[in-house]
Design a protein around this ligand. Structure first.
Ligand SMILES: C[S@@+](CC[C@H](N)C(=O)[O-])C[C@H]1O[C@@H](n2cnc3c(N)ncnc32)[C@H](O)[C@@H]1O
Length: 307
C-alpha cells in the first residue's frame, strides 16, 4: 500500500491524535492542499512531529475572519477571539463618533482587525505595535487579506467611489523601550480612545513546562511574561507594569483599556492598573471556560473626583 494512501495517513495521524481528531484534521488538510506546494503526506508528517495544525493549514478562523498563520507568530487563541467579539459589541463606534485604537503586542493583528471588521466603515482607526518583524509582516498581510487599508491609502476625502473605511497601521516597535513614546508615527496619533493588548504573560516556570508543540514553534517573545533574564520571576506580570506606566501618555481622557491575562493573574493586573496606571471603574471578564481572562478599566476624566 503506498504511504500516501489516505487510509494509511489517517492511521498514522490517529496514533498521535486519536480517531475523531485525526479524521477532522485530515479533512481540513485535504481542503488546504495547494497542489504545487505541499502534499497531504508532508502535512501529516509535520503534524505527527508535533507542528501546530494552524501552521500546517496556514490559516485560523477568528470570528468571521480567516487569518493567515505563520511561525513563529503566535496563533490566535479561542479565548482571545471570545473577548474581542464581546469588546466589539461593547465599543460600537460610529462614523459620527469614530475612535482611535492602539493594540500593543499585536502579533497577527487578530484583535484590531476583528474590531475594524465588525465596526461600521469610517468608525475605527487602529494601530498595532509589535517587536517582531515576522509579526508585523503577518499583520500587514492579514490586514490586506481582510481588506482593511493602511491609513495613507484611505486619506483622500471619501466620495461615492471611495467610501469611508476603517484603517489599520502596523508599527514595528518595542513597547518596553524608553524611546517607545518618541516614535513619530505613534506621537502623531496620541492619545488613543481605546487600548487593547494580549501581552506575553506566561511565568518562566510555566514556560519551561509548555508542550513542545508550543515551545518549538511559537516565538518565546510571544509567550514569556518576564523577559528580563536578570529578573527571573515577576509572576509573568512584567508587561502589565510596563503598559500601566504608558497609560498616562497613551490613553485619552475617559479612554478604555482591555487586556488579556493568564490564569490567576486578573486580580494582580487589576491592582497594577488601578495603582500604577490610575484606571477607574475596572472590570474582570471571564472566558467561556469560566477563567478570569480580561481586565478592563477607564482613565479618569480630567477634573473628575472619581477615586
Ligand atoms: C501573546 S502574543 C499576542 C499576539 C496577538 N495579539 C494575539 O492575541 O494573538 C504577544 C506579542 O507580543 C509581542 N511582543 C513581545 N515583546 C514585545 C515588546 N517589548 N514590544 C512589542 N511587542 C512585543 C510578541 O512579538 C507577540 O507577537
Amino acid at each position: 500500500m503506498p504511504r500516501c494512501d489516505p487510509k494509511h495517513l489517517l492511521n498514522t495521524l490517529s496514533i498521535v491524535l486519536g480517531n475523531e481528531a485525526a479524521k477532522q484534521e485530515l479533512k481540513w488538510m485535504q481542503q488546504a492542499i495547494h497542489p504545487k506546494s505541499v502534499t497531504l503526506q508532508d502535512m501529516v508528517a509535520r503534524r505527527v512531529r508535533g507542528e501546530p495544525l494552524q501552521y500546517i493549514l496556514g490559516t485560523q478562523p477568528f470570528g468571521p475572519l480567516t487569518l493567515f498563520t505563520r511561525p513563529p507568530v503566535l496563533i490566535p487563541r479561542p479565548e482571545t477571539e471570545h473577548w474581542s467579539l464581546t469588546l466589539a459589541d461593547r465599543l460600537r463606534p460610529s462614523p459620527q463618533k469614530p475612535i482611535s485604537l492602539l493594540d500593543l503586542c499585536t502579533g497577527s493583528a487578530c484583535i484590531p482587525l476583528l474590531l475594524c471588521h465588525l465596526s461600521p466603515p469610517g468608525s475605527i482607526n487602529a494601530c498595532g505595535v509589535d517587536i517582531s518583524q515576522d509579526a508585523i509582516s503577518l499583520a500587514r498581510d492579514n490586514a490586506a487579506h481582510c481588506r482593511i487599508p493602511l491609513p495613507e491609502e484611505s486619506s483622500t476625502p471619501s466620495t461615492a467611489e471611495s467610501p469611508l473605511r476603517n484603517t489599520f497601521l502596523p508599527l514595528l516597535a518595542d513597547i518596553r523601550s524608553p524611546d517607545f513614546l518618541n516614535s513619530a508615527s505613534l506621537r502623531r496619533r496620541l492619545p488613543f480612545d481605546v487600548i487593547t493588548s494580549n501581552p506575553p504573560y506566561i511565568p518562566r516556570a510555566d514556560y519551561d513546562r509548555l508542550s513542545p508543540s508550543v515551545k518549538d514553534y511559537e516565538d518565546i517573545r510571544a509567550l514569556l511574561g518576564d523577559p528580563d533574564p536578570e529578573i527571573p520571576s515577576n509572576n509573568g506580570l512584567t508587561f502589565y507594569h510596563d503598559i500601566a506606566k504608558l497609560l498616562p501618555d497613551l490613553l485619552a481622557d475617559d479612554g478604555l483599556v482591555a487586556v488579556e491575562v493568564g490564569e490567576g493573574q486578573a486580580a494582580d493586573v487589576r491592582w497594577i492598573f488601578e495603582q500604577e496606571g490610575g484606571l477607574v471603574d475596572t472590570e474582570i471578564w471571564t472566558d467561556p471556560w469560566e477563567k478570569e481572562r480580561v481586565v478592563l478599566g477607564h482613565k479618569k476624566p480630567q477634573g473628575s473626583s472619581k477615586a
